[in-house]
Write a protein that binds this ligand. Structure first.
Ligand SMILES: Nc1ncnc2c1ncn2[C@@H]1O[C@H](COP(=O)(O)OP(=O)(O)O)[C@@H](O)[C@H]1O
Ligand SMILES: [Mg+2]
Length: 251
């Protein structure tokens, strides 16, 4: 299965979810490939030293003759491989403009990789631009992280409309797997109100697991670790483990 993590809002927990869900699924003995499509490359930096990288997502799009296997890096987490992003990915949009198949580049590459993995997870930038659209065209599931704060649902109409547009022609197989409430703070009423509101809008599509705000989750990327290695007994580890199980049940 190919899962895209998307929300055009920044700072809602896409990357944190991509990293820890990837590690959580790898821990459930799934062979996982994480593709980082955010030029900020935060997912990549959580697992790889940038010096090790001499090709990644940009080359996947821009150099079709180069074997995708060359762009895949093993991480320290067993069963978890990565196609990293570098800042050159920011130039891709300009390069693809005008290509008749601009939205299909990733699908063609992923098609050849998918037999080797149980799960391919794609982290996306905070826009609904060509990179995110490519990920939605390539994927069969989408997970939307929504931060439990006041303007949580602002922008979700545009996101859902984009999903519908992609389902209508290029990719009818794209399924909204679920919405995950992130950055939840159980001490505040606003967090609880927003969670209730999200559940009322998305119903059963809302994952039972809620990801709490936690210092450990915020710290772990700086230590180049997923939460399961950095703080295995933390709430964040338990929550991402539980989310991983829910994802496998919904697959
Ligand atoms: N559950 C959480 N608890 C604490 N900090 C978090 C949590 N989720 C994300 N963060 C932090 O919030 C910021 C934005 O999260 P990130 O996952 O990078 O969002 P996005 O990829 O959607 O921009 C980062 O500094 C990240 O470490
Ligand atoms: Mg991100």
């Amino acid at each position: 299965m190919i899962i895209v993590i998307a929300n055009q809002k920044g700072g809602v927990g896409k990357t944190t979810t991509a990293i820890n869900l990837a590690a959580g699924l790898a821990g459930q003995r799934k062979k996982v490939l994480l593709i980082d499509l955010d030029p900020q490359s935060n997912s990549s930096l959580s697992f790889l030293e940038p010096e090790r990288v001499n090709g990644g997502a940009y080359e996947l799009f821009a150099e079709p003759s180069r074997s995708a296997d060359e762009l895949v890096y093993e991480t320290a987490v067993p069963n978890l491989s990565l196609i990293p992003a570098r800042i050159n990915l920011a130039k891709l949009e300009a390069k693809l403009i005008g290509d008749f198949d601009a939205a299909f580049k990733l699908r063609d590459r992923v098609e050849k990789l998918k037999g080797k993995y149980d799960v391919i997870l794609i982290d996306t930038p905070p826009t609904l631009g060509i990179l995110t659209v490519n990920a939605m065209v390539a994927a069969n599931h989408i997970i939307i992280p929504i931060q439990s704060s006041y303007f949580a649902l602002e922008g979700t109409d545009d996101l859902l409309e984009t999903i519908e547009r992609i389902r209508s022609t290029p990719n009818p197989d794209l399924n909204l797997m679920g919405v995950v409430v992130t950055l939840f703070d159980r001490r505040t009423t606003i967090s609880k109100d927003v969670e209730a509101h999200i559940r009322s809008v998305f119903g059963k599509k809302t994952f039972k697991t809620v990801i709490s705000r936690s210092v450990r989750l915020e710290e772990s990327p700086a230590h180049k670790k997923a939460i399961f290695d950095y703080a295995p007994r933390s709430s964040g580890a338990a929550e991402y483990q539980s989310l991983s199980k829910e994802v496998l049940k919904r697959a």
